[in-house]
Design a protein around this ligand. Structure first.
Ligand code: G1P
Length: 199
């Protein structure tokens, strides 16, 4: 029931570059970016939670999650100050700075960027301006950091459980837990799992 258009990123030149490939499709409008290897189970979809912030503040919004220090170097990490906001009990932040895949010792916080973004269209120009960063790639985090010079950016510690389906074990965990929660498959699948000899 929807129209789908797509563009391909023919070379793995980075997330910022991938997003920029959609410039003509998106035009001069805010848009959502979803990294599909971050799977999120939540009552209110994570993008809806971010949109609620966007609709109030009119600025780009990133999904954030607290991550243990020994894993932080796998993420974009923010330096952020909490925003007093009654509905969100300490979960909303205004971002001061961010860095892509810092060493644990250099990470500005334990708040990692997770793959859900509401982006304003200035991001395209920012991607055009930056140089390759971490891994020699054009990083979205670097473009967002550049955007911070002129625009506020918010971050929301979303409500929900995130699975890293870019990781094989994370992909398996997501598959099993989503199957267990299904009305049609949950019970027979649970019986099947119980029948396995898991020693
Ligand atoms: C990308 C982003 C990173 C973010 C992560 C979330 O990294 O560049 O900022 O924290 O997704 O999953 P990737 O996992 O593609 O290396």
């Amino acid at each position: 029931m929807i129209d789908v258009s797509y563009v391909r990123q023919k070379e793995a030149l980075g997330l910022g570059h991938a997003i920029h490939r959609a410039k003509e499709l998106v035009g001069n409008e805010p848009f959502a970016a979803v990294l599909s290897d971050d799977v999120i189970a939540s009552e209110t979809p994570c993008i809806r939670q971010l949109l609620d912030v966007y609709e109030y503040y009119g600025a780009s919004v990133l999904a954030l999650m607290e991550v243990p220090k020994d894993q932080i170097s796998a993420y974009g990490v923010v330096d952020a100050e909490p925003v007093a906001d009654n509905g969100r009990q300490g979960r909303l932040f205004r971002i001061r700075n961010m860095v892509e895949k810092p060493k644990a010792a250099d990470a500005p916080s334990n708040l990692a960027i997770i793959g859900r973004y509401i982006l304003t269209p200035e991001i395209f120009q920012c991607v055009e301006t930056i140089e390759p960063g971490s891994g020699g790639e054009i990083q979205l985090t670097d473009a967002l950091k550049f955007m911070l010079r002129n625009r506020p950016i918010y971050g929301l510690k979303f409500e929900g459980k995130r699975y890293d389906a870019g990781d094989k074990l994370g992909f398996l965990k997501a598959t099993v837990e989503f199957a267990l929660s299904r009305h049609d498959l949950g019970d027979p699948f649970r019986e099947y799992l119980k029948s396995l000899c898991l020693t």
